[in-house]
Ligand binder design. Structure first.
Ligand code: AMP
Length: 401
């Protein structure tokens, strides 16, 4: 089955066409600057990448251009749109109602809309993507895959915040967790790769990218995860602060004469390693280069990032009363050897030893720990699009049966 996977951001859209039988990508690309001017990137498997400037006032035009590129008689990978049997959409927040991937109908659309105040930047864009695909490819099933689904198996003592119950009951204020599609995919692939027992295993996944989170996965189910009601909680990230004392908000709002929205913008966009490096960069390639040239702030940013990851690994080892495997993924986890080394340097007490030679590799699946390490540590590239494709096919086939 050929599946179009769509990931709509507020002004961008990533897409892939995946053949679910072979799990190979037939074509992929990106629409950028939607609502500003517009640029389409299209790359067929084994072919040249094409970048075209094209007006995209809305996601509507963007998706129409993607479909044109896919069916272009010269470079397209589809003879006609009929070849696409289903569309899988990444949706950020499922809220309290949408706890697992589902085929989109009017009720699902209403529930995604309802969850928009929990995901104000993404859910409206995700909905536009769904509605546009419904319009441009009528009759094809659309499947919504939520970033929050994987966190739905957390026990109540892990997902509840210690604030008055009425806020949970009235507004569903709880830990949801994000990057769920990645944590789910990577934990399952880790279990397969290391031949662990899916029903008797303890895995910690460190998804370290510009947004970053850690999850504890016991017997193939998430039991804790570091992001919360929103993606702001947990690790130090590219530009997000992660955990902090909530009283800092009032203290700084008073001193800096900011309102709470301005404060949240600081915590989401102007904090993290970007802030700790004094505005140098949120990119670990820049930070590592600067650190090697003696920039102390860049070194501090990297150390603070790694320390927080190690603290979460310690906490999640306690949450599961042990750990069999730790997996690094995401742009940083897959590529930045310095980060892996610094994180693991905190974890000698778990009997972990790292293979220095192995750590020189990047961007592929490999074992990072030495054979005698008490806990296996691996690097495994995430593939959220493939995970969305798999869920889409599973649901569409189940609906046919
Ligand atoms: P993601 O959000 O998962 O796409 O990760 C993006 C981040 O990965 C970038 O901001 C960089 O910090 C990091 N990254 C990507 N490539 C490399 C690399 N070759 N070495 C170190 N860090 C990298």
């Amino acid at each position: 089955m050929k599946v179009l996977v769509v990931n709509c951001g507020s002004s961008s859209l990533k897409y892939q066409v995946i053949d679910s039988d072979t799990e190979q990508v037939a074509a992929k690309g990106l629409c950028e600057r939607i609502g500003i001017d517009g640029r389409l990137t299209y790359q067929p498997a084994g072919g040249e990448k094409e970048v075209t400037d094209a007006p995209m006032p809305t996601h509507n035009e963007a998706i129409a251009l993607v479909l044109q590129a896919l069916t272009n008689p010269k470079t397209g990978v589809l003879k006609s749109l009929d070849e696409i049997e289903a569309i899988g959409h990444r949706v950020l927040h499922g809220g309290a109602k949408l706890t697992q991937s589902c085929i989109v109908d009017d009720d699902v659309i209403a529930a995604i809309d309802e969850a928009s105040d929990l995901g104000p930047l993404h859910n409206p864009a995700n909905l536009i993507g769904i509605k546009t695909c419904q319009k441009l490819m009528p009759g094809k099933p659309n499947v919504a895959v939520f970033d929050t689904s994987f966190g739905m198996t957390l026990p109540e003592y892990a997902y509840r915040y210690a604030i008055p119950t009425e806020y949970y009951e009235k507004y569903h204020v709880r830990r949801y967790g994000f990057h769920g599609t990645s944590h789910s995919f990577v934990s399952h692939e880790t279990i397969k790769y290391l031949n662990l027992d899916p029903d008797n295993s303890k895995v910690i996944v460190c998804h370290l990218g510009n947004g970053a989170s850690v999850s504890a996965v016991q017997n193939s189910k998430a039991v804790d995860t570091s992001m919360g009601l929103t993606p702001l909680e947990g690790l130090v990230m590219g530009t997000r602060s992660g955990d902090l004392d909530p009283a800092i908000l009032q203290y700084l709002c008073n001193h800096e004469h900011m309102d709470i929205n301005e404060m949240l913008t600081v915590l989401n966009k102007k904090s993290g390693v970007m802030a700790l490096s004094n505005g140098l960069s949120s990119d670990f390639r820049d930070l590592e280069n600067a650190m090697n040239e003696g920039n102390k702030a860049a070194g501090l940013a990297i150390d603070a990032f790694c320390y927080r990851v190690a603290k979460y690994i310690g906490a999640y080892t306690a949450a599961m009363n042990g750990v069999d495997a730790i997996t690094f993924t995401g742009g940083i986890g897959e590529n930045a050897g310095i980060v892996r080394k610094k994180v693991l340097a905190h974890l000698g007490y778990l009997g972990i030893t790292m293979d220095e030679e192995a750590n020189k590799q990047r961007g592929k699946t490999f074992v990072l720990s030495t054979p005698d390490s008490k806990v296996k540590v691996i690097v495994l590239p995430t593939n959220e699009e493939l995970a969305i494709c798999r869920d889409t096919v599973r649901l569409v086939n189940a609906a046919k049966a």
